[in-house]
Design a protein around this ligand. Structure first.
Ligand SMILES: Nc1ncnc2c1ncn2[C@@H]1O[C@H](COP(=O)(O)OP(=O)(O)OP(=O)(O)O)[C@@H](O)[C@H]1O
Ligand SMILES: [Mg+2]
Length: 445
């Protein structure tokens, strides 16, 4: 008897009969037979950690399940161009800007819109074209000097015009970083050094720029971009981050406006979402029915993150039904699940305020705010015709669900928690689907 059966005064067998307690198979004298019985009664891992299927269960459904996790990767950017859907226009524009116009580029857009995926794909293409690609993600603690020391550290001295390829320094594997003086490096020193670059081109990609410290770091970046453009060096910088507009992301824009191209990553079109699902479907072997694809496109509103998340959950739902055709009902189930997952990540405070605004009868206003935020990189900017939203905003601001953005008090807002607009939107569609309230749904859109 163990502690649980002692406490309940029942034998393990009796408890097991009731389905309340499972004796660990390892202590079980009857061995394999019991384990086989347990496997039928409980969920189990279907794919080995080595990515192989369990012996004897490698049927079509399990192969599809094993491939599904790579077919849709909602929590990771796409870096394999074969899985990169749509985006032809912006990719072409970006390559032209780098190659033909030799401009520095600022890519901006809302969270989950596909900025990093675009950067990964462009990095791969530049690498194929023999560029030296330096990809860095910014963070709150980013130091301008350390970052550029490390970038210069990935450029071999071989590409410095002042060095002869046969010199000993080159053979000993030294890099451009070795030419910096000790201490903090300045934009001026970096552009001086990069001006000596020859026989190659360097592409510096700074992702998550919105997370970089504002102030000195961003000021130095602007200064560097200006210096590099003035000297027409063989180095180009692509900066990317979450923002509703260019100046939100790069401070001191007026001084570098002529030297940069701003590219906003737009929401995907329904065709592009269809392509995303088509690529995933071809890779895992599941078929997605047309009305299921339409529903994913509709709910996602062109956000690839949501499209990828729903497609993956819907695929799992179909496989759980032992089916290889993903139906609209699987997407509806996936939406339910994704909404709940998103809700669990929100703070109690946000959930309480959402409830309070609902109770005030202002649910439609809240959905309208979420919809606005989702299509304007999180920012809510109202015009005079949207006065009916003011009361919901006031409650949201008082309780800390919303906060003002920028200096102009009372003009622009955002949800304090990033996940709130996605949650509100998914919850709304989810409930509309369950209640068949499609007219209300179409109206709010
Ligand atoms: N062109 C695409 N084709 C297929 N899937 C895509 C594409 N773009 C983005 N995705 C998917 O959408 C999700 C979000 O993409 P990504 O991480 O690139 O967005 P992001 O804008 O960088 O997000 P964040 O603002 O959180 O950094 C990922 O799961 C990625 O797999
Ligand atoms: Mg990203």
């Amino acid at each position: 008897m163990n502690w649980f059966s002692r406490w309940t005064k029942k034998s393990p067998d009796a408890l097991e009969e009731e389905g309340r307690f499972l004796r660990p198979a390892v202590h079980d004298a009857s061995g394999a037979r019991t384990r086989a019985r347990d496997k039928g009664r409980h969920p189990h891992f279907k794919v080995l950690a080595t990515d192989q299927l369990h012996h004897g269960r490698g049927d079509e459904l399990e192969r599809a399940r094993a491939k599904l996790r790579d077919a849709f990767t909602p929590s990771q950017p796409v870096s394999n161009i074969a899985m990169f859907a749509g985006r032809g226009a912006i990719l072409t524009r970006l390559i032209r800007a780098i190659e033909d116009q030799q401009l520095h580029v600022v890519i901006y857009g809302e969270r989950g819109i596909g900025k990093t995926s675009l950067l990964r794909v462009v990095s791969g293409l530049a690498d194929e074209a023999k560029y030296i690609v330096c990809y860095t993600s910014c963070g709150e603690g980013s130091s301008f000097s350390d970052m550029f020391r490390s970038i210069a550290g990935s450029i071999p001295l071989l590409f410095h015009s002042g060095y002869d390829p046969t010199q000993a320094e080159i053979e000993s594997g030294r890099t451009m970083a070795d030419l910096f003086p000790p201490g903090e490096v300045t934009p001026h020193q970096i552009s001086e050094l990069f001006a000596r670059l020859s026989a190659t081109r360097v592409l510096i990609i700074l992702d998550e720029f919105d997370r970089s410290p504002s102030g000195a770091f961003r000021r130095m970046m602007a200064e560097l971009i200006k210096n590099l453009s003035d000297r027409s060096t063989r180095v180009q910088i692509v900066v990317a981050g979450v923002a509703g507009n260019l100046s939100e992301l790069v401070e001191h824009i007026p001084s570098i406006r002529r030297n940069i191209l701003g590219l906003q990553v737009p929401n995907m079109t329904a065709e592009e979402v269809g392509e995303l699902i088509g690529l995933g479907s071809a890779s895992c072997g599941l078929d997605y029915r047309d009305d299921a694809i339409d529903l994913v496109a509709h709910v996602s509103g062109g956000l690839p993150y949501i499209a990828s998340l729903l497609s993956q959950h819907a695929g799992i739902a179909a496989l759980d039904r032992q089916a290889t055709m993903v139906e609209r009902s699987d997407v509806a189930y996936a939406l339910d699940l994704a909404t709940e997952e998103t809700r669990q990540r929100l703070s109690e405070r946000s959930l309480r305020l959402i409830q309070r605004i609902h109770d005030q009868g202002r649910r439609a206003a809240l959905i309208a705010l979420a919809d606005h935020a989702l299509h304007h990189a999180g920012a809510i900017e109202l015009d005079a015709s949207q006065i009916e939203l003011a009361a919901a905003i006031e409650t949201g601001l008082k309780g800390g669900l919303l906060e003002p953005v920028g200096d102009e008090i009372g003009e622009r807002f955002r949800f304090v928690e990033e996940g709130v607009p996605v949650y509100l939107w998914m919850q709304f569609v989810d409930e509309s689907l369950k209640g068949g309230r499609s007219t209300a749904f179409a109206k709010a859109r």
